[in-house]
Design a protein around this ligand. Structure first.
Ligand SMILES: Nc1nc2c([nH]c(=O)n2[C@@H]2O[C@H](COP(=O)(O)OP(=O)(O)OP(=O)(O)O)[C@@H](O)[C@H]2O)c(=O)[nH]1
Length: 137
């Protein structure tokens, strides 16, 4: 299959940022593709959703965190070819949210300083995002 034949999959992700300038990452649970890797909360944009709505829904489902569109700022995006699809993933940052993140899906979660993100194995699409967080924070 040439690269052009792969479907482009739109995934929206969010870096939650705490008062100390740390970023929340979550470890993908066993059984999923790329299990064990650390990633930004988020998921596939479903039909009829905006990426912002996806982020709000995923934060609620995965972490019991509430936020609003006005609290989401676009930072950068990932565009990465995987084996079976091409990932297009806007990354939002969110400093204003309600509730303490709780791992609802059995995933490990961790607040990490941007300079330490490289110590956590992340999906290959995520590596180019880290410098943007380092610059921001
Ligand atoms: N949420 C999130 N997904 C990422 C990141 N980096 C990255 O490559 N991805 C990929 O983007 C896709 C996210 O979709 P998802 O979380 O809704 O999908 P999933 O594999 O759980 O599948 P499913 O919901 O169909 O069971 C996965 O293929 C995931 O590996 C990231 O930082 N955050």
């Amino acid at each position: 299959m040439d690269a052009g034949a792969k479907p482009v999959v739109l995934v929206a992700a969010c870096a939650l940022i705490d008062a100390d300038g740390r970023v929340l990452i979550a470890q993908r649970p066993e059984g999923k593709l790329m299990a064990g890797l650390w990633e930004f909360p988020g998921g596939k944009v479903e039909a009829g959703e905006t990426p912002e709505e996806t982020v709000i829904r995923e934060l609620r489902e995965e972490l019991s965190v509430e936020t609003k569109v006005a609290c989401l700022a676009p930072l950068t995006f990932a565009s990465h070819t995987y084996e079976s699809f091409h990932l297009l993933m806007p990354l939002f940052v969110c400093r204003r949210f309600w509730g303490t993140p709780h791992p609802n899906e059995g995933q490990a979660i961790k607040w990490v300083r941007p300079l330490k993100l490289r110590d956590y194995p992340m999906p290959p699409a995520d590596a180019p995002l880290i410098p943007f967080l380092i610059d921001l924070l």
